[in-house]
Design a protein around this ligand. Structure first.
Ligand code: SF4
Ligand code: SF4
Length: 432
């Protein structure tokens, strides 16, 4: 879960694929700071204490600098740090100074070098404008890093940057360029439009190919790009993230948005029709119930996918068809195969054994390696093992005899293990 403060719906850049409404992106205004603060405290009192809080938009750097500072201070006071999602275009020295002061992690929306970034920026049909915009982003990332501000990247995968291997190759080079500049992490999100628009979106098989290529690159180079790392953890049963795989209720989303007037709404990805308040009493998660019995019935990855993000879904009414099923399934299948290839005894969530230590079978069986026998051998007595010597000298006990009757009348000396804990004497034949 996350709380995002939306200080404005306004944006200075009009990305071609933005999921926010045109009306919302054109409406400038200042946030009601006391109302936002009251709502933030109300939510933080009721939500888990490690709930991340960040600024989103619209474009949050479009609010007056003193309002932005008040918001960053508000968040940092409560969390010790702050976060912003920004298009990264407006990056004055004063703004960078604020990010330094308020320990802000800056996530920049950027889809790659050159024309790979053409769906972002002021005009996708103007190559010169895209070039100028993208060059400015590169400079701003370097300026932020020179000021030692933490930077991550959010990249939307689309026909512009991931529809063939040549584009994917350039994307990979750019990821290394970022890594060399200390941009530690990034996140890929697939482009989605309502209605579906394959002039911009990748088809299922194209997205699947891009995902698996990028997954292999990220793991080979040991980079930190999401959702790959999260999907590995999901299969291992260590966590369940990000929100798109966790079974989000479209009526009660995992993300809480705080609007400029202090009202609380659902996740901004659901705001294609403008900001709508969160209902006091959300409906049940009908989407999950229906998907489980229809599109996703029997899917081996249900527990780590849950049909994806409801805002991506295609269809009318309850919007029941997961848009990225083909790609998500293919990527999970690829990761599963990689994990099992490296660790043949790994126990994954999809094995149906529930949560638990995914690595336990590596040490306990069932497929022993040539260095580890199938069942534990009987421990061999050691020369200087007084406990075993006494137990061996004791009257014979049946294997099922209770410990007390098998024990000698005079307690044998108890071995003092190195960890300092006292241990009951061993009784031979009882399997103790
Ligand atoms: S609507 Fe989608 S992006 Fe938003 S919280 Fe739900 S799953 Fe996450
Ligand atoms: S991979 Fe497809 S079928 Fe399986 S849970 Fe996800 S959306 Fe449903």
């Amino acid at each position: 879960m996350t709380v995002v403060v939306l200080p404005t719906g306004y944006c200075n850049i009009k990305c071609a694929y933005c999921f926010e409404s045109e009306e919302m992106r054109s409406t400038a205004g200042r946030p009601d700071l006391p109302a936002v603060e009251r709502t933030l405290d109300y939510l933080l009192e009721r939500l888990p204490s490690d709930m991340p809080v960040g600024l989103h938009g619209g474009e949050c750097t479009m609010v007056p600098l003193k309002d932005l500072e008040a918001l960053l201070a508000m968040i940092t006071k409560r969390r010790g740090h702050s976060a912003v999602q920004t298009n990264g275009y407006q990056m004055s020295p004063a703004l960078i100074g604020l990010f330094k002061t308020y320990n802000t992690k800056v996530s920049i929306s950027w889809d790659g070098p050159g024309e790979l970034n053409r769906f972002r920026g002021p005009d996708p049909d103007d190559p010169a404008a895209t070039h100028e915009y993208t060059e400015k982003l590169a400079r701003n990332v370097e300026r932020l890093r020179e000021a030692d501000v933490r930077v991550s990247i959010t990249t939307v995968l689309s026909r512009a940057n991931a529809s063939d291997d040549e584009k994917l190759g350039r994307l990979k080079e750019w990821m290394l360029w970022l890594h060399e500049r200390g941009v530690a992490a990034g996140r890929f999100n697939p482009l989605f439009r309502h209605p579906t628009d394959y002039a911009m979106e990748l088809r299922g098989e194209e997205l699947a190919h891009a995902y698996t290529e990028l997954f292999d690159f990220v793991t080979e180079k040991q980079l930190l790009w999401f959702p790959f790392r999260e999907m590995i953890d999901n299969l291992l049963g260590l966590s369940l993230g990000p929100c798109v795989f966790a079974g989000c209720n479209p009526d009660d989303t995992f993300v809480y948005s705080i609007f400029p007037n202090g009202h609380v709404g659902n996740c901004d990805r659901t705001m294609g029709n403008g900001m709508t308040p969160r209902p006091d009493v959300p409906r049940r998660n009908f989407r999950q119930e229906i998907l489980k019995q229809n599109h996703c019935a029997g899917c081996k990855y249900w527990r780590v996918c849950h049909g994806g993000c409801p805002a991506h879904s295609v269809g009318d009414g309850a919007a029941l068809t997961p848009r990225f099923c083909k790609a998500d399934y293919a990527l999970y299948e690829h990761i599963e195969s990689r994990l099992r290839g490296l660790l043949p005894n790994i126990r994954l969530v999809v094995d149906g054994k529930g949560r638990g230590n995914p690595f336990s079978a590596i040490s306990d069986g069932p497929d022993p390696s040539s260095f580890r026998p199938r069942s534990a051998p009987t421990p061999r007595p050691r020369a200087a093992d007084p406990v075993r010597s006494v137990a061996e000298a004791a009257p014979s006990a049946t294997p099922t005899a209770p410990l007390a009757s098998a024990a000698p009348t005079t307690p044998p000396p108890v071995e003092a293990p190195r960890d300092g804990r006292r241990r009951l004497p061993l009784v031979d034949g009882g399997g103790a």
